[in-house]
Design a binder for this molecule. Sequence first.
Ligand code: FAD
Length: 437
Amino acid sequence: GDAQEHYRYVIVGGGVGAGYAAAEFAECGLKANELCIISSDQALPYERPALSKGYLKPSSPARLPNFHTCANTPGAPKQTAAWYFKQGIDVKLKTRVTSVDIKGKSLEAEAPGPRHHHITWDNLVIATGSKLISMDKAEGSGLKGIVYLRTVGEADDLVQEIQECKSRKGHCVVIGASYIGMECGASVAPHGIDVTMVASGDRLFPRLFTPEISTFYEDEFAKHGIKIIKNDRAERFVDAGNGRVGTVVLKSGTKLPCSLCVVGVGVKPEVELFKGKLPLADSGGIQVDGSLRPVGHKADSVYVIGDAAAFPLLRRGGDLQNVQHVQHARESAQYAVQSIMGKASGDYDYLPFFYSREFDLGWKLYGDQAGEPVYFGDKAEGKFGCFFVKDGKVLGVFAEGASDDEAKAMRAVADLRPSFQSKDTLARQGLDFATKI
Ligand code: FAD
């Protein structure tokens, strides 16, 4: 059937950004039937980072509804179906937006049934996030046991494949050694499965880690029995004879036997819908100005948040950046809604923040990794890190094992960019330098 609907606010996408935007709308004052969220996902907005961490734990794994968005925000409501219902927010799940008309303020969407929606809006928030880079051109890519991880549905598949791999006493190959690769490797191994990771570079997570930091985590992975193959790439997959993956063949010719293969080779902004309609940046993503509105579309009341936005990072001289991290999704959502409600002041000013957890480790990085690293702490004790310094100022700070209070202090350092006496004192003081700010 066909449905025509009008909403004051429409959010395209139902991930992290959408969930935080909904919470902010509710906070700012929302009437029933003013807000519609259209999401191709099967579940209400949730904290996506949980999928590669708590969700994959061998015991007491995280499950919905326990990690819907704002799960860790003190005092925030639980954003379950009951909450959306109470707010009068219409969430259309399993519904894919197939075209948009920015000037006409309308969109078309397809839902199961099949059901077609024609929806018009006064204000639009684009929160379509990222899509996975797939290896579907590789030979054998359609075999069972090859999994990707972006949605809770895919996380369920992975959980099932982990059990399957265990019962076959099989191996797991993880392709990729940055965020997803590291977290999935670290999450699969505790199931008693032999894990090999394939890194295209010469070390773990070179984009974010210094060589010294990479070495620390490589040693930790080795302690957990995880092998890392460097400077190589997966090229094709070979059938075990039953329609399941049996071998991953690398560029070097190395053959890795496996019955589970997790592919984590990156993401790119999901912006296909807006090609030719909104300006796209070279870096990928919809090009927005400091108000998070697409360049050249100020009058249209369209905002772009989260992974889909290429926005000027004020703290890097306004360089256009595509930040594919959860904290930006949260903060840009809050900023955009405040802006729509006439409550935002100034431009969106994001302070870069990255974090991850592997085994019982946890690292955080605030600010810029520019300049020279000044290391502090004790690796043997699992508590160490570095300041990134340039021209007598601290621009950023990385730490493994920081407490919540220390993390707050790290954030303050990255925010204030204080000057320091000498590298020696900085190295000696470590996070005490931060907590004294
Ligand atoms: P998403 O959360 O991806 O949401 C996009 C939504 O848009 C989805 O609901 C999708 O279904 C929907 N959508 C897309 N196109 C359409 C369409 N045409 N019609 C309808 N709906 C559509 N970041 C960190 O900082 N730290 C971490 O530890 C971390 N861990 C992660 C672990 C995993 C497994 C993954 C996948 C990501 C992780 N991230 C992490 C990244 C973080 O989750 C993202 O940056 C964040 O989710 C971005 O939010 P978003 O709202 O922009 O997009």
